[in-house]
Design a protein around this ligand. Sequence first.
Ligand code: AVI
Length: 321
Amino acid sequence: QQRIIAPTEVCATTQINTKFYRDVITGLRATSKYLQSKYFYDAAGDKLFQDIMECEDYYPFACELEIFMRQTAALASALAHPGGSFDLIELGAGDATKSGFLLQHLLQQGADFTYMPIDISRNVISQLEETLPATLPGLRMTGLNGEYFDMLRQAARLSNNRKVVLFLGSTLGNMTVHDTALFCQELREHLQPGDMALIGIDLKKHPKTILAAYNDREGITRKFNLNLLRRINRELHANFDLSAFEHYPTYDPETGSCKSYLVSRTDQEVEINGQEIIRFAKDEHIFMEISQKYTVSQMDQLAADASFKPAGQFFDHRKWF
Ligand code: AVI
């Protein structure tokens, strides 16, 4: 009699218990699978998003940039009150490309203000602290690294100047309409009468124009979505086969919701960190991102519902943004 004894398998899993891990598992275990688009932005995702902003089909960046370049003086006079000091607080400042035009103009006008960029990335804040004083001599600046509302609280502790909040890039569109309403209400709670918020919103327009922005001919947005699977593979020790998922963007002109999905090309199983098996049926989707589009009156209504009073609007020449 021969007995074959197999060595007990040594399991190479390490305990991962980050918020990223928990969010991914929750999303992929859901009956209707989803991932959160805030996780798109690892180093490769940042680079792909840069490429998206430069690509011809993705119009929102160019539209908002045009507003900041061509209407700088009008923006400055809408936001800065003559003689009054204020804090210019930018949520998710990034590299401040657009707000840089405003900062430069305000400095030239001798406005009394402190620029307070807020960003979740320590790296972004350090970069701004290094580059802006060199490019904009005389700029007073306090960088705040953390979550938006925690940092708004911090800004209020640091000074009781009038506050002007910038929230650009149509980032508000990456929330559902319901969450946007909650966000506006919370933002309002951090502000006092006389304070202002300038919010960059992408508007409803021809459905084909919108869809093309999220389905660019160069395929950058496709890579941007798939990159999140690559990130999960690397950081959470998963084995997604990227070629087994198809990028599927949609735009519904009735609701203004532009949504991106990844669709499984086959029946397949994905293992995450050696301890979770996620099963996909052929044609099953993962909801990746919403980019909500609004009309001006819908935005005015959202603002009013959160106790803001619309104080002015700025459009690019095509009135797309
Ligand atoms: C950051 N955010 C406003 C972009 C958008 O338009 O929703 C992210 C993006 N997703 C695909 N392309 C760009």
